[in-house]
Design a binder for this molecule. Sequence first.
Ligand code: TXA
Ligand code: MG
Length: 317
Amino acid sequence: MISEDLELAATLLANDEVVGLPTETVYGLAGNAFSEKAIERIYSIKNRPKHHPLILHISQNYNLLNVVSELPAKAQLLAEHFWPGPLTLLLPKSKKLPNSVTAGNAQIAIRIPNHPITISLLNKIDFPLVAPSANPFGSISPTTAKHVHNYFHKEIKLVLDGGACQKGLESTIIGFKEGKPILYRYGAIALEEIEKIIGKVTVFNRNDINPEAPGMISKHYAPQTKIILTNNIIDEIQHHADKKIGLLLFNQEIEHPSVSVQINLSPTGNTAEAAANLYQALHQLDEQKLDLIIAQRFSPTGLGNTINDRLERAAKN
Ligand code: TXA
Ligand code: MG
């Protein structure tokens, strides 16, 4: 059921059940972080491998020290600047929190989401929520209640409706190694914005032989339809002229007989608008029974890096 019933959501969560909920980034599949039963259920509903830890969501009033054992100075600066908001910090985990939340990892990923409905919900309950994105493992993240309903109406009783997600891309994940900040996932806050607050941040290399962030797998956020990401749309269309093609464009339109549908992510060339529309557009194109989606690569600055990251992963074979 899709509804705005906060009381029902709070009751279900207090009874170890899993609920779909809106955040400013994407919809989450939420459960009580102190309930082994809820955690187990989230992994099973998402069909998520057990070694992928869960992000913790807390309210502004929640005592961080219940779940985190220390807060590095740069983490504190970022938290003051970006919370509530689409920033996830990887911090040393408190022993009080079940190990299953972090899949045995010594660090916990944590954020304060900035969506009025989820803020109200977190203020109603006295426990934090774990909430991975509300999609089956590997598929496109949901940015509307309907997306979540389509994925999981058989498995969950309630999706809290908070409209379309304002940011439309997952949170930016920052961790620390020997006090030095590391970007683990490009996200809804551009890296440049983070660097304005804490200086140079190293970008984690996901091709590292021993990846520390288990979620950094390359194939992810993927529609069923094959995707090609390119700087040269026209060349790719000509190369695949015998196919039924869908285009994902930024700030342009293209006429070609092989193109049966095209979505312009932002007619005015605004990357924040493009980011907000990206997953909705992928969901939409994926429903069209196309042979191929050709997506335009963004210029690699600001949110362009996040959009390219998601499209690259969606395009991986
Ligand atoms: O915007 C978001 O962050 C959304 C909304 C719902 O808050 N959540 C989200 O969760 O994107 P999820 O589970 O789809 O992505 C979290 C990523 C995963 O790749 C996971 O492996 C990684 O963060 N992660 C979570 N906890 C971690 C930890 N303790 N150590 C390393 N990586 C972690
Ligand atoms: Mg996800």
